[in-house]
Design a protein. Structure first.
Length: 316
């Protein structure tokens, strides 16, 4: 049987079309000759998911999004028709998650396997979920970074205004002074090292003396404990003494003494009159003067006052 040229051309064109379709799908990662299961997932928002986006399971492509359309209930929700290869087990309670597939905002449907042992069937509706994209996570970080950059820019401008020519010179002088101080400190440390090394024998003796003192204290620990016990007993005895009554009596005596002194100052009583009235002093002075005159006269004229006779004759 002879095949005409038209049939040959038709066969070649058909084969080329089939090869083209298979090649395009192969480049997309879809095997058109493998059997698939059609399932659905309903989303409030598809977040940029489009037809022919990949369906992946743990990073491996197992299908693609076939169609996106709005539900007829006028709720604004969208239903995604997804084809999944039957070579992969997907449980009935798996979750179809819309995720970012790259850094450029590409989307994909990730299958989060559930724990149901029964596989998904043709026409089932999977649970749906939208995972926040990388751009949404980077957004707050971007805002904070912009705010930080603005703050750093303000600080840089402030430093530029603050550090004028004069300020820079002063800052340079300050660094030079700091370097000089550090040099002096280094010299001082060298001197201290020299002093310590030269007086090492004295330090050793001091340490030996300190060790000897600590050894004596350790050896006389029992005596020190007895002394402390004696002090404790003395303090207990002093604490038990009736100091309160003694102080009370002393205070009472001081009060009475103060009252007596107050009365004396006011001239009350014999002692008060004696202290505050000068008439007694004047009388005593007058009496002393008269007595002195009497004694002088007695010494000058004793016969006026004393008569003595051997024969009993008395004179005037």
């Amino acid at each position: 049987m002879k095949i005409s040229n038209e049939v040959k051309v038709g066969i070649i064109v058909t084969a080329a079309i089939v090869a083209l379709v298979w090649g395009i799908n192969y480049l997309k990662g879809v095997d058109i000759f493998s059997r698939t299961t059609k399932v659905y997932a309903v989303y409030d928002s598809v977040e940029g998911l489009v037809k022919s986006n990949a369906v992946i399971l743990r990073g491996y492509r197992i299908g693609q999004v076939q169609k996106l359309e709005f539900l007829p209930d006028k709720s604004g929700r969208m239903v995604a028709t997804v084809y999944i290869s039957q070579k992969v087990f997907v449980s009935k309670n798996s979750v179809a998650q819309i995720i970012n597939s790259d850094f450029f905002g590409g989307k994909a449907v990730n299958i989060d396997l559930g724990n149901d042992p029964n596989p998904v069937q043709e026409g089932d509706t999977l649970k749906s979920e939208v995972i926040s994209g990388l751009s949404e996570q980077i957004g707050p970080i971007k805002d904070k970074a912009e705010s930080l950059i603005q703050s750093l820019d303000s600080v840089a401008n402030s430093l530029h205004l603050l550090l004028d020519e004069k300020s820079r010179k002063n800052l340079s002088k300050s660094f030079e002074s700091l370097a000089k101080i550090l040099g002096d400190f280094e010299n001082t440390s060298h001197h201290l090292d020299y002093m310590v090394s030269s007086d090492q024998s004295k330090l050793n003796r001091m340490i030996s003396n300190a060790e000897s003192i600590s050894g004596n204290l350790k050896n006389n620990n029992e005596k020190i404990s007895n002394i402390l016990d004696n002090f404790s007993q003395i303090s207990d005895s002093l604490a038990k003494a009736n100091f309160a009554n003694t102080l009370l009596n002393t205070n009472k005596a001081m009060s009475e003494m103060a009252s007596i002194m107050q009365k004396i100052n006011k001239g009350e009583g014999s002692l008060g009159m004696l202290v505050n009235n000068d008439s007694l002093y004047k009388n005593l002075s007058s009496t002393a003067a008269d007595l002195d005159t009497l004694l002088i006269d007695l010494k000058a004229n004793p016969k006026r006052y004393v008569h003595f006779s051997m024969f009993g004759k008395s004179g005037k």
